[in-house]
Design a protein around this ligand. Sequence first.
Ligand SMILES: NC(=O)c1ccc[n+]([C@@H]2O[C@H](COP(=O)([O-])OP(=O)(O)OC[C@H]3O[C@@H](n4cnc5c(N)ncnc54)[C@H](O)[C@@H]3O)[C@@H](O)[C@H]2O)c1
Length: 347
Amino acid sequence: MALQDAYILVTGGAGYIGSHTLVTLMEKGFRHLISLDNYSTSRPDSYALVEKITGSRPVVVEGAVGDRALIRHLMDTYKPAGVIHFAAWKAVGESMEKPFLYLENNISQMQVFLEEVYRQHKPVFIFSSSCTVYGEVQQLPVDETTPRRPANSVYGLTKQMGEDLLEGLCRMGFTGPVVALRYFNPVGAYPDGTLGEWPIGKPNNLLPIICQTAAGRLQELTIHGQDYPTRDGTCIRDYVHVMDIAEAHVLALEYATKAASDRMEIFNLGTGSGVSVLEAVHAFEAANGIKLPWRMGPRRPGDVTAVYSNSRKAAEILSWKPRYTLHDMMRSAWLWQQYLENQKLPL
Ligand SMILES: NC(=O)c1ccc[n+]([C@@H]2O[C@H](COP(=O)([O-])OP(=O)(O)OC[C@H]3O[C@@H](n4cnc5c(N)ncnc54)[C@H](O)[C@@H]3O)[C@@H](O)[C@H]2O)c1
């Protein structure tokens, strides 16, 4: 059976990267998608936006990845050929305030999830990892052979633990093919601005904060730290368009299905360009003709100085090539914010 005709279980499909990946999967002909989400950081309304773009909806299941009976039921009913595991909490600061809640949600629940996923089946498994696993890096850019350093946050620790669990289980033969995708900084929105990052409550990530400031919902933007040893004193990140990240999941699914490797494969997903926070703010202003009110504030615990990717491995093995520019990221993010405002969608 072609992969497009098999069931694919997507956890966290109502979230930012999950919803864009649902769109990309549908655009590439995947017809049997199941999205499992407990809406702890997202809204079920995301599916209506996905449907508006693609004309279809996944099978929607409300629940937690740690719900053993539910996962067993889903695996027995649908026997998915692939699992894309996005569901996790990702706020670095919050993970330092609620360390054990983060461990429970991202790791304890994942352990139950894995046990049920692999009880009877060995689907291809794609894990959402992050450049945070590299910690405070010594040498840039980082590639997949760069040693991981101690995590700077409990969130980062949960990503390291998730990778370790999957790597060990895969190496010992308890799983099917596993791919860990280490995203750098996903930003932007569907190009026409009808789907994008839709956080609940106060946003934590730079682009939603920039957009809400531009829309007048936040008074001003605070840049955390101006004394980092970088060209302008602000942190350096590798921003990558969410649609490029979404596409990498389809490529990874197809690759892992064919390669059937008995080792977990890791891929960095970044553009390879380090952009400072101040440069990102200026890029937003230039792309959208908007002047943002911003000020410098103190450093934020958990932030590393600089990190950007060497993504050659993803280019060579997955044929993944980011298509969107920083301008596209900033433009689409603002189009999405305007869509939210015009449609009077809740924020
Ligand atoms: N956005 C980023 O900057 C970034 C960077 C690197 C890695 N990641 C990882 O990518 C994944 C997706 O991130 P995102 O930006 O789309 O975040 P998001 O918060 O928008 O999406 C996560 C989704 O998972 C759901 N969820 C969380 N815990 C759950 C649970 N226990 N059971 C069921 N559903 C649950 C949430 O309701 C939400 O819909 C996460 O694993 C995150 O750690 C994100």
